[in-house]
Design a binder for this molecule. Structure first.
Ligand SMILES: *Cc1c(COP(=O)(O)O)cnc(C)c1O
Length: 399
């Protein structure tokens, strides 16, 4: 086949000096893959849920991904540079991009166990057999499933409730003290006290703040508080790629964690993150830190207010503002109804909204006759559609 013939089949490649540079990728006609594949798409009035693909990446992030996809770079170099920038933005000593917050938990744990000893890295997930420390202490109330990420490194858990129990549980096997920010108020020991316990005994502390921006300050609060490692999702409110997270904290621990992550083999080898996602996350964090957060908050409040105004005249409907104190801390709304007036279950309501046009996802909560909505994942104007559709279903169920 002649070169000319090969090129015929390719959409014109704008090139400078023979190199296809960033932002000049071949233009291909847009395709609607969702439609082609017969996939239901929906308005997300539920929140950052992995099952619902969590969040939409803004243009800044997509542009970064597109740009990063056009050339090669050494993966470690990208991780070095992006890690440094994210660390600066989050006021941490060091940072790395991981495959979600879960992966940050796994890799951070690995780094704590192994340090930069290659033999120890190769010994995971069997720290005990290799004579390494192998226990992680956490409060019982913090054991809600996400702690299991740490077990990927082969550790065992020691559950405690009080400071006295922590002191008693600490031994020469203790590798780390772990804290789940979301459950902070549920435990007897607070975050600052947790850090102090770690410092007193020379044991590293780690905190999971996966879904805990806003407020933006949480990006640096726990680094400044003295946690050795902080883990957060990249694809929740940060609006980075859904498959990313950040592990940040002490320089030596981040360097150690990277030894268990790609491109090296080790327990994190399956948690690959490529240059596009790393640079995409960098763009997302930068965008997020620079945002006018007060304005975002006002937008969310306005959306909630619009929905409330639309539903307020309906008989038998009660609404309640909800502001989760930690995690998904954004203005939200509970919409409840008197079952004697509005004859529909919350499951039926969820189905009606899901099967309507356009499809809308909401969440159900503990109260049987209510649904909950968040507005921070809505695109501009969608609050009007959400309000209209919920109103329609409430009215229909009341007649
Ligand atoms: C979402 C979440 C995780 C997992 O984060 P991914 O980015 O999906 O890997 C871990 N911990 C908590 C508390 C979470 O909410």
């Amino acid at each position: 086949m002649k070169r000319r013939d090969i090129l015929k089949g390719v959409v014109a490649l704008p090139a400078i000096g023979g190199v296809n540079i960033a932002g000049t990728a071949p233009v291909v006609p847009p395709r609607d893959y969702f439609q082609e594949l017969g996939l239901r798409t929906f308005i997300n009035a539920a929140g950052n849920y992995t099952t619902m693909t969590a969040s939409l990446m803004p243009p800044e992030v997509m542009s970064a991904i597109q740009s990063a996809s056009q050339r090669y770079a050494m993966l470690d170099d990208v991780q070095d540079k992006v890690g440094q920038k994210i660390a600066e933005l989050c006021k941490a000593e060091a940072a790395m991009v991981t495959a979600g917050c879960w992966s940050a938990l796994v890799l951070g744990m690995a780094g704590v166990l192994t340090g930069t000893d290659g033999k120890k890295v190769a010994a995971l997930p069997f720290p005990e057999q290799a004579g390494m420390k192998s226990e992680v202490i956490l409060q019982k109330t913090h054991a809600n499933g996400y702690h299991l990420a740490l077990a990927n490194a082969g550790i065992r858990f020691v559950f405690v409730e009080t400071v006295e129990e922590v002191e008693k549980a600490i031994s020469n096997k203790t590798a780390m003290l772990w804290f789940l920010n979301r459950e902070g108020p549920a435990g007897k020991i607070g975050d600052k006290e947790w850090v102090q316990l770690g410092k007193k005994h020379g044991i590293p502390t780690m905190i999971d703040i996966a879904a805990d921006v806003p407020p933006v300050e949480n990006l640096w609060k726990f680094n400044e508080m003295g946690f050795d490692l902080v883990c957060i999702s990249g694809g929740k409110a940060l609006l980075g790629p859904q498959s990313t997270g950040i592990l940040m904290g002490k320089k030596d621990l981040i360097a150690a964690a990277r030894l268990s992550a790609p491109p090296r083999s080790g327990i994190g080898r399956g948690q690959k993150v490529n240059k596009e996602e790393m640079i995409g996350l960098y763009a997302a964090v930068e965008r997020y830190v620079k945002r006018d957060h007060a304005k975002d908050w006002k937008t969310w409040e306005n959306s909630i207010a619009h929905i409330k105004r639309t539903l307020a005249p309906l008989k038998g409907v009660q609404m309640e503002d909800i502001l989760p104190p930690i995690a998904n801390h954004t203005p939200s709304l509970k919409i409840g109804w008197d079952p004697a007036v509005v004859k529909i279950t919350r499951e039926e309501m969820g189905e009606k909204l899901r099967n309507g046009s356009p499809s809308i996802e909401t969440i159900a909560w503990e109260d049987p006759n209510s649904i909950r909505i968040t507005v921070f994942m809505l695109q501009a104007g969608q609050e009007q559609i959400v309000a209209k559709r919920i109103r329609e279903e409430l009215v229909r169920a009341s007649s």
